[in-house]
Design a protein around this ligand. Structure first.
Ligand SMILES: *Cc1c(COP(=O)(O)O)cnc(C)c1O
Length: 382
């Protein structure tokens, strides 16, 4: 069969017109239970924790977008990660990238460490350091790329090789790129995790998560665990993500066009000491980003001169860039990692990573570029 393009999959995969009514848009099956035709006879759905047709549509669609055989949708990104970590047992070990979403770090250190699972952290751009970090009990290598908030880019294929040689599986959190800009499974990753709260949903109106994979055995283990632990999404939330992904490609192109332009302007600005955006030729990981991504996305961070006070002043002067955590929506957001998203990180670790007091992170939205530039220019005036 002829393989269809990304946006065609986003709009149609898992979303045939409703067989009963012909509804073109997948209905929100707002029901907790399903009538059974007889003892042991049902139409594929029994109880909505185990499955719901709106969720099924989303799962099939996301799997088609990541090029995966199996898709599972969850109530949040962390719900997806929790379910995945429950496939491990006491004594198992995970090697993670040293620049991770704060909530993931907290889940590892404050929830699963107590259950006897150990975690260590390396800069996975250094394959030798990664190999040295792998142990005989390592089950997962866990990456985000590009990372948050420093936008480091990790070579997924190289890490997948090292991981597989050690008999472990590679998990990639693909939230920052979305499947439109990066497809980790095609680069050798075993499991893709998403916070669909971000670019997949795209409108800052829903919290959700997903796991996409090809491994049959791990997929059925995850389905069992999702039902057994109850980390499921509601049907309205699935519907909102499903509506969001229909425009993923056009949104990602618009995010990227704005972000690249803003990154170039910030790089020339006299008050900006450093810009972290993989689309800039000056970015240390530009070449690998160009090779493994289909674009550079809408996230960037930059360092302003004058530290905390300057950052505070600039953030307070922004009008269109809203001061808020989260990312990936159509509206532009700005935040201060040192005091917001990364405040729970010990200061020494934060400084070692480069999350300085002058660092500002932008989630560049799809408003008109001239307006965003005007807002930033105004914010950076002394
Ligand atoms: C937001 C986020 C998560 C957590 O997802 P939630 O939907 O907030 O639970 C995980 N990873 C990354 C990279 C994120 O940005």
């Amino acid at each position: 069969m002829r393989e269809v393009g990304f946006s065609t999959r986003a709009i149609h995969a898992g979303q045939d017109p409703d067989p009963v009514t012909g509804a073109v848009i997948t209905p929100i099956y707002q029901t907790s239970t399903f009538a059974q035709d007889g003892l042991g006879k049902h139409r594929g759905y029994e109880y909505a924790r185990s499955g719901n047709p709106t969720r099924t549509a989303l799962e099939q669609c996301l799997a088609a977008l990541e090029g995966a055989k199996h898709g599972l949708a969850f109530g949040s990104g962390l719900g997806a990660e929790t379910t995945l970590l429950h496939t491990l047992k006491s004594g198992d070990h995970v090697v993670a990238m040293d620049d991770l979403y704060g909530g993931t770090f907290r889940l590892f250190e404050q929830v699963f460490r107590q259950l006897g699972i150990t975690f260590s952290y390396v800069d996975a751009r250094d394959i030798r350091a990664l190999r040295e970090g792998l142990q005989t009990n390592t089950r997962f290598v866990w990456l985000e790329t590009p990372t948050n908030p420093l936008m480091k880019v990790v070579d997924i294929a190289a890490v997948a090789d090292a991981t597989h040689q050690a008999g472990a599986k590679l998990v990639v959190d693909n939230t920052f790129m979305s499947p439109y800009l990066q497809q980790p499974l095609s680069l050798g990753a075993d499991v893709v995790v998403h916070s669909s709260t971000k670019y997949l949903g795209g409108h800052s109106d829903v919290v959700g998560g997903a796991i996409l994979l090809n491994d049959d055995e791990l997929a059925s283990q995850l389905r069992f665990l999702e039902n057994a632990t109850g980390t499921v999404p509601g049907p309205l939330d699935c519907w909102l993500v499903l509506r969001g992904v229909k425009t993923l490609a056009v949104r990602m192109r618009a995010h990227e066009a704005n972000a690249l332009h803003i990154a170039e302007c910030l790089e020339r600005h006299p008050r900006v000491l450093q810009v972290n955006y993989p689309g800039l030729a000056s970015h240390p990981d530009h070449a690998i980003a160009q090779r493994q991504q289909n674009g550079f996305g809408g996230m960037l961070s930059f360092v302003i001169d004058g530290g905390l006070e300057s950052a505070r002043h600039a953030l307070e002067r922004m009008k269109l860039f809203t001061l808020a955590e989260s990312l990936g929506g159509v509206e532009s957001l700005a935040e201060h990692p040192a005091t917001m998203t990364h405040s729970s990180m010990p200061i020494a670790r934060r400084e070692a990573l480069g999350v300085s007091d002058g660092l500002i992170r932008l989630s560049v939205g799809i408003e008109d570029l001239e307006d965003l530039l005007h807002d930033l220019k105004h914010a950076l005036e002394q």
